[in-house]
Design a protein around this ligand. Structure first.
Ligand SMILES: Cc1ncc(COP(=O)(O)O)c(C=O)c1O
Length: 391
């Protein structure tokens, strides 16, 4: 299977042949947004330049302001919490569930204060967090829920698609993601009010854009008295080339996701009869979309063993694998800048999120984007050999 097929190439060429004429320019953007909203059972979809911009816009549209607090997982890419900081708000870090690696509902509840305005959940590595419990907490405390689904396309939770739970759901089309346009992002919502706000924030605060219209018309701007700005905003729009490529990927999304799931099943076979590696648990009723195949090294000495296992895997011909990002609050910017900021009440040390600390040191993530399954089978054999040889 090809990562980028003739379909994407055809659409990108069509976009180029349109010559970026303003009147035709939003053709692929509108098509992508319409089809994306349909596919994810959402009323509105708004294209963005990337998945960090989507989160920034979602927070601002929910009214997050300086001094507000937003609960985020500690174990995730820092793109989840950086937009909170950019709003002048305070990210409050919640711990992970030790089995699923996802943000723990119990920990979210402990992070709530009178300043909490929203929760950002992440469907980490392609698996949903426990939405029943999380929605109950959000409802009880009147909090906005923003889903960060950069790593989860077509994952499911109890019969619903991941992306159907939050006030907003955010997706990324960055190069490693299930569907890609090199870069890009999509924000979905069922609320007309939130969608209108999000579009204006995404598009310089323009008066002439709204939930389903991403461009101001020529008629409007051919008037010297036209007032463009009813508010302020960023310029976070998606380009038409991104939209054309993403539309092709969206049409092929089932096969792109199925391929990653098939790769994960191949790795599953290796993990059956051993206890050195413990895979991310997929509870009943959940469907993992496997952005990566994630597991932890079952060791009391991760500082040495993580590197020893990686070196042996590579020596045996393995592709190399990813480590988990540092927990966000352990990154220098958070330790040196955020920790000192007024209003930050959490102490950024190893006791803050013990499960996330445990997991992060031991995490091994195999890539699942093998477009030739024989390549994945070869990697699985190497993994098996490495497990047997590791002492
Ligand atoms: C969990 C998570 N959130 C947000 C992002 C940000 O997306 P983007 O790179 O499109 O800004 C990423 C990955 O890139 C991610 O993995």
């Amino acid at each position: 299977m090809e990562r980028i097929s003739e379909v994407e190439k055809k659409y990108v060429m069509e976009a180029l042949d349109n010559g970026f004429e303003t009147s035709k320019n939003s053709f692929f953007n509108t098509r992508l947004e319409t089809e994306f909203a349909k596919r994810f059972n959402s009323r509105y979809a708004i294209g963005h330049c990337n998945g960090t911009a989507t989160l920034h816009v979602a927070l601002l549209a929910c009214g997050v302001q300086p001094g507000d607090e937003v609960i985020v997982p500690a174990l995730t890419m820092s793109s989840t919490s950086i937009p909170v900081v950019l709003c002048g708000a305070i990210p409050v870090f919640a711990d992970s569930d030790i089995e699923t690696f996802e943000i723990s509902a119990e920990s979210i509840e402990k992070c709530i204060t009178e300043r909490t305005k929203a929760v950002i959940t992440v469907s980490l590595y392609g698996l949903a967090p426990d939405y029943d419990a999380i929605l109950e907490i959000c409802k009880k405390h009147n909090l906005y829920l923003i889903e960060d689904n950069a790593e989860c396309f077509l994952g499911e939770y109890k019969g619903k698609l991941v992306g159907e739970f939050g006030d907003f759901s955010s997706f990324s089309f960055q190069a490693s993601k299930h569907m890609t346009a090199g870069e890009g992002g999509m924000l979905t919502t069922n609320s007309l009010e939130l969608a209108d706000k999000a579009r204006r924030l995404n598009c310089l605060g323009y008066a002439g854009v709204n939930a389903s219209q991403g461009k101001i018309t020529r008629n409007d701007i051919q008037d010297p008295n036209y007032s463009r700005h009813v508010s302020f905003g960023y310029n976070y729009r998606m380009s038409e080339l991104q939209a054309a490529c993403a539309l092709g990927q969206l049409e092929r999304l089932n096969e792109l996701v199925d391929n990653r799931v098939a790769v994960a099943k191949i790795f599953d076979e290796v993990l059956l009869n051993q206890n050195l590696l413990k895979r991310q648990v997929e509870p009943d009723g959940y469907k993992n979309s496997y952005w990566s195949y994630s597991m932890v090294l079952n060791t009391e000495n991760p500082d040495d063993d993580w590197y020893r296992f990686r070196d042996l895997f590579q020596k045996n011909g393995g592709d190399g694998y990813y480590a988990a990002w540092k927990l966000s609050y352990n990154e220098p910017a958070y330790q040196d800048i955020l920790q000192k900021q007024e209003g930050v009440w959490q102490t950024y040390n190893a006791e803050l999120c013990p499960n996330a600390e445990y997991l992060q040191k031991r995490m091994i993530q195999l890539k699942t984007n093998y477009w030739d399954l024989d390549e994945a089978r070869k990697q699985a054999e190497i993994l098996d050999k490495t497990i047997r040889e590791f002492r």
